[in-house]
Design a protein around this ligand. Sequence first.
Ligand SMILES: Nc1nc(O)c(N)c(N[C@@H]2O[C@H](COP(=O)(O)O)[C@@H](O)[C@H]2O)n1
Length: 147
Amino acid sequence: MPVYFYDVYENPYGCFTNFSRHGCELDGDWWLTSEHYFQAQKFIGTPHAEQIRKLPTPRDAFNTAQTLKPFVRSDWLKARDDVMRKAVLRKFEFNPGIKAVLLATGDALLVENSPVDNYWGCGADGKGQNRLGQILMEVRDQLHQPV
Ligand SMILES: Nc1nc(O)c(N)c(N[C@@H]2O[C@H](COP(=O)(O)O)[C@@H](O)[C@H]2O)n1
């Protein structure tokens, strides 16, 4: 059975969205959410990255990045999947409780059930690329590997 997630308050899979309040240390800084890290990387090397890192909520990080669209780094479309992989892997490595939730999904298909996003999610018609779901499944495989 596929696992659909989107809203942070939907248990037990609300922890799969980047908006979930599971922080981590990454690249020498503390990030309140993986959304903070992801959005900040659009502006790496500029003061906007730190501006986004310090915002109080993932919604603020997302909205602020939207307002700064003209300043997004030029290679972002090429870089964004790797940035997402790094953020999601670290989030689950750093938070054992949600790592267990992810591993407990076994080999279920994971789908970001976003009605508005055809890239990270499945979109309103269910035919989107679901890149976040795919990356979560990749991370699940990686976390299964013995160290
Ligand atoms: N739970 C949730 N609420 C929202 O409002 C969202 N937009 C998302 N999706 C996440 O938003 C990020 C969009 O990234 P782009 O800047 O558009 O590339 C990404 O983390 C989606 O997974 N989720």
